[in-house]
Design a protein around this ligand. Structure first.
Ligand SMILES: Cc1cc2nc3c(=O)[nH]c(=O)nc-3n(C[C@H](O)[C@H](O)[C@H](O)COP(=O)(O)O)c2cc1C
Length: 242
């Protein structure tokens, strides 16, 4: 096994959801900054980066958000809370930035690669991300996909639920990068969906279409922070070779 794989293996095995943090141990807040930078390098759908990361650091804010996390110990004792947010509403803004970036990358806009990339972001992205209040466009897309899909393979996602799933997938990948990085930095984390997303959204002043993906408690784990032995369903029940 390569040395890098050994290091990775160790990080994966040592990462646990830690529910209590040590109030006395030192904590380098810069590790959180570095870990967010690594989180942002996660793969994400069409590189649209429809995510945001809010660091809850001040004692007052920590107290409030921990309360919104149902006062779970993993939140109450955390040195920082990271709120991972999805922003499907920002698709137009990202589209514009990406189109500018493509122009830089493909000097020859008329070349095959440039034309394809520009077409993708100019024409396909709006068709995918546009959403009307009743999601009628989503229903129309689903019907088109159904009929086209009768004859050939077809990407079938496109209604509002699909878009929401898509942005949450990407955000969760970033969250996992963050947690792995924090472990590599020598700290612990606990992802939480047991929280009042509505209250947290209001607290952060987020718009309607923004959604809380998860809140991650982090800090130096206390010994009593791991509640039980790690358990996973046997591989034979979940891993298949086809
Ligand atoms: C999306 C998500 C939400 C979770 N929510 C909570 C939570 O609200 N509170 C909690 O204590 N743990 C939460 N967990 C942690 C899981 O319980 C934990 O990952 C699982 O039991 C496996 O343990 P391990 O992370 O130590 O391997 C969550 C994990 C994920 C991925």
């Amino acid at each position: 096994m390569k040395e890098s794989a050994q290091v990775f293996d160790q990080i994966v095995n040592e990462r646990r959801s830690v529910r209590v943090y040590d109030a006395e141990a030192e904590f380098d807040h810069d590790a959180v900054r570095r870990s967010i930078e690594r989180a942002i390098l996660a793969p994400n759908s069409s590189n649209m980066q429809l995510w945001e990361f809010y660091r809850i650091k001040s004692p007052e804010a920590l107290k409030k958000v921990a309360w919104m996390c149902m006062n779970q110990k993993a939140a109450k004792t955390a040195r920082e809370l990271l709120v991972v947010v999805t922003r499907r509403d920002l698709w137009r803004k990202r589209q514009q930035v990406l189109l500018k970036e493509i122009e830089k990358v493909y000097k020859d806009k008329e070349g095959k690669g440039g034309k394809r990339a520009i077409g993708y972001y100019k024409s396909l992205i709006p068709k995918y991300y546009f959403s009307d209040p009743l999601d009628i466009w989503g229903i129309i897309k689903k019907m088109i996909y159904f009929f086209v899909g009768l004859r050939r393979p077809m990407v079938r996602h496109g209604n509002r639920a699909d878009i929401r799933i898509s942005v949450h997938k990407s955000a969760a990948l970033a969250a996992q990068n963050f947690m792995m990085s924090m472990k590599a930095e020598g700290y612990d984390t606990c992802p939480m969906e047991g929280m009042d997303a509505k209250r947290i959204k209001n607290f952060l002043g987020l718009p309607r279409k923004a959604e809380i993906n998860m809140v991650i408690g982090c800090g130096p784990g206390a010994e009593e922070g791991i509640y039980s032995e790690r358990f996973r369903i046997p591989n034979e029940e979940v891993v298949f070779e086809v």
